[in-house]
Write a protein that binds this ligand. Structure first.
Ligand code: ZN
Length: 128
């Protein structure tokens, strides 16, 4: 059985979440160096992180599964349809500070909107 590294993690928690995702989809996998790094996180750089190992024949299916389940993948640019987006903070104008102030007073996050910028077409859009 030949295995390859599918992904590397700094945190055992994140690594186990992804391992659970793969196992729930009947993909055999295991974590390498999980306990060494869990005991001493400073070993992470020396050991190359916690390695999620999968069988070579499952690698393509596992990779596709990770892509469709990542948070970034769910975000899509409404203008060009690409998923390559990143979170941006709004420009710090007076209206924005006023909105944050009102939001704090009312203890409601309704005035703080999340904005994302497309890396492909630079279109800025709101999400949720
Ligand atoms: Zn775009």
């Amino acid at each position: 059985m030949e295995t390859i590294i599918l992904k590397r993690f700094d945190s055992p928690v994140e690594a186990n979440i992804v391992r659970g995702l793969l196992e729930s989809n009947d993909i055999f996998c295991f974590l390498q160096d999980e306990h060494s790094i869990g005991m001493n996180p400073l070993y992470s750089n020396a050991l190359g992180g916690i390695k999620l190992m999968v069988r070579t024949e499952d690698a393509a299916r596992a990779h596709a599964l990770l892509l469709t389940n990542s948070a970034e993948h769910k975000l899509q640019c409404p203008q060009c349809g690409f998923h390559d987006v990143h979170f941006v903070t709004e420009k710090q104008n007076k209206l924005n500070w006023f909105a944050i102030f009102i939001s704090l007073l009312s203890r409601s996050p309704m005035y703080v909107k999340k904005k994302y910028e497309c890396n492909t077409c630079k279109h800025v859009f709101e999400f949720e």
